[in-house]
Design a protein around this ligand. Sequence first.
Ligand SMILES: Nc1nc2c(ncn2[C@@H]2O[C@H](COP(=O)(O)OP(=O)(O)OP(=O)(O)O)[C@@H](O)[C@H]2O)c(=O)[nH]1
Ligand SMILES: [Zn+2]
Length: 360
Amino acid sequence: MTRDYSTFLPQKTTPAGAEIRRSIITSLGWRPFFSQQVSADELIDTPPVRIVEVHRKALHVVGDGIDTSIRPLPNVTVGDWIMLNQDDTLLSRALDRFSLMKRRAPGSNLQIQLIASNIDTAFIVSSCNPDFNVARLERYISLAMEADTAPVIVLTKTDLAADPEDYIAQARAISDAVPVVALDARGGAPREQLAQWCKPGQTVAFFGTSGVGKSTLTNALAGSDAIETQEIREDDARGRHTTTRRQLYIVPNGCMVLDTPGMRELQLMDSASGIDDLFADLHALSAQCKFNDCKHTVEPGCAVRAAIESGEVDEARYTRWLKLKSEDAENTVTMAMRKAKDKVLGKNIRKIQKKNKKSN
Ligand SMILES: Nc1nc2c(ncn2[C@@H]2O[C@H](COP(=O)(O)OP(=O)(O)OP(=O)(O)O)[C@@H](O)[C@H]2O)c(=O)[nH]1
Ligand SMILES: [Zn+2]
């Protein structure tokens, strides 16, 4: 079948029937940012597809009339767009992303884990129960800001809380730049409450620990109960990890929704500017410190400490800021050292291989 891929190019007059095709691909999140990266010929030869699921041995990709599994490609993640080479899928080209969420991979092994790409809005989900944790929310928000994804705090289980207002106030105090929505995730209400972010062509994602209601919210947006959810023990607010993979769903209004498994350990790395964005006031103050390399602890002339002493800045928030910054810096340096080491190792191996070749 010959497809008219001109409909994927930006701002062209559309031939008859193209509206339908364009709506499929734009519903999947295709936009000028991607079409600007490809030539007309490439569009014809290699149709664009979006990675909706990553398995160890396969990528699930979806495009116009395409819904298939292909062999894994290096350095891609759920949400990525690739130009699919149907003759040899390993030659497919991944397009640049407008946003990328990543973290230090859990465990001791020093790797970066790509979480998701091309996400417009990150819903950071937390329940109105004792599991609510400001430091954790700040961690997720910094990650989203670093990734160029707009964070929104979603507080679930308002129906179960004696005083949801207290949680809402704490969430609102995190940042003026981060909206807060409080809701009962079950039923149809979240669809309206989250509608301003879930417009056609947009990609939204739910992040948060296990059992907070991410799958329930995904179902609410999809208007179905297709995704399995599980009762959790509300007494200790522990979940059972129902969702085990990240998966992008297309929902009836033409928006893409990513459900993610609860992340137990979220270690930041390469996220200095995301942290600065979230703690913009502290970041601005630190520019006024006497010493350029002020650590804002015991140094004389520290503008941050002065603001704490005058009561302008909350000390607990300052402590969380320092902790996130030092964790991020440590992980970033460790990772850079590892990369440098790998590079030297690779060079040495190549040298030895060359030598061996010569002596053979
Ligand atoms: N009463 C009430 N129950 C909720 C609400 N949100 C979620 N639940 C319930 O909490 C349980 C866990 O919800 P899930 O949607 O599976 O949570 P999850 O965040 O997807 O969990 P994982 O898949 O383990 O990461 C289910 O029994 C939901 O029905 C809410 O706002 N109110
Ligand atoms: Zn200082």
